[in-house]
Design a binder for this molecule. Structure first.
Ligand code: SAM
Length: 291
């Protein structure tokens, strides 16, 4: 079945009485070149297990199944299950789970479904939860090699921005702590049914074996990163003071100890400077508790 052909899709959806849910980010791919390219560049290959988030009618799932050892697909919308039965019935290496990806036990699923296999994630993400999904996949330190995802163009620019550039945000630093992000290719809004109001970009995050910096307290590191970006146009010093409820004098001492200029803005900091800042905050807190 040609799952990227508009008349095939309309006939299929019509027969099943399916209507798109905007709330679930349902924009299905109709550009036939995108899914094969995503599957290839996402590393779907013999011996590899693939996790897909959001199957839709299975257009990417089928391309993944043709290349990979096994595909585990997590789809929240139960109305799509009978459709997927019809579109993917010919494949015996696909398992579909009707769950919310943010609620499933991914470490357990990976151990159960992909024993001894290299695992990658490949998905056209529902855009309303792009950052929560990416952070959830990364923070759990899943045994995965890479995450290849289609996201909104602006989200891709932010995620893949080089540190030191204007587009950097808290998500840029967090993603780079866990992985090396790379832009793969652009996808226009006309490649979807229904067409969204935004263009898209496919990116790949190659997951680090070890983070690029070592920090004594990861939770504090991410608090500092989020705090530093909490007021976009302000200096790190001002933002950290209000986000971490620390007196201004203490924050200045912390910045000095970390070797960060008092006038620095968060988008100017390197990964090493964020690490030094979080170490200095931890040291300051320890010293303050001892007083
Ligand atoms: N892969 C298909 C394609 O490329 O045409 C569909 C992509 S569509 C942008 C996003 C899909 O994610 C939809 O099928 C939607 O139902 C599903 N979805 C939305 N929220 C989800 C969640 N929390 N967990 C799992 N799937 C979700």
């Amino acid at each position: 079945m040609k799952l990227s052909n508009i008349s095939v899709i309309k006939d299929l959806l019509g027969r099943h009485g399916f209507t798109f849910s905007k709330a679930l980010g349902q924009n299905f791919l109709i550009n036939p070149t995108v899914c094969p390219r995503m599957a290839e560049e996402g590393g779907a290959a013999p011996g590899v297990g693939v996790i897909e988030i959001g199957a839709g009618i299975g257009v990417l799932t089928a391309e993944l199944a043709q290349r990979a050892e096994k595909v585990l697909c997590i789809e929240i919308d139960s109305r799509l299950l009978p459709i997927l039965d019809e579109t993917l019935g010919e494949y015996n290496n696909i398992k579909i789970i009707n769950e919310d990806v943010l609620k499933v036990d991914l470490p357990a699923l990976i151990a159960q479904e992909f024993p001894g296999m290299e695992v990658v994630v490949c998905a056209n993400l529902p855009y309303y939860i792009t950052s929560p999904i990416l952070m959830d996949l990364l923070e759990q330190r899943l045994p995965i090699r890479s995450i290849t995802v289609m996201v909104q163009k602006e989200a891709a620019q932010r995620i893949c921005a080089p540190l030191g550039s204007r587009e950097v945000g808290a998500v840029t630093v967090a993603v780079r702590y866990f992985s090396e992000p790379k832009v793969l290719f652009q996808v226009s809004r006309g490649s979807f049914l229904p067409a969204p109001d935004v263009d898209s970009t496919v990116i790949r995050l190659d997951v680090h074996q070890e983070p690029p910096v070592s920090v004594p307290d990861e939770t504090l590191f991410f608090q500092v990163v989020r705090g530093a970006f909490s007021q976009r146009r302000k200096t790190v010093s001002n933002s950290l003071s209000s986000a971490l409820s620390l007196p201004k004098a203490a924050v200045n001492q912390i910045l000095e100890a970390a070797g960060v200029p008092l006038t620095a803005r968060p988008e100017q900091l390197s990964m090493e400077e964020f690490a030094a800042l979080s170490t200095a905050v931890g040291n300051w807190k320890k010293a303050a508790n001892r007083e």
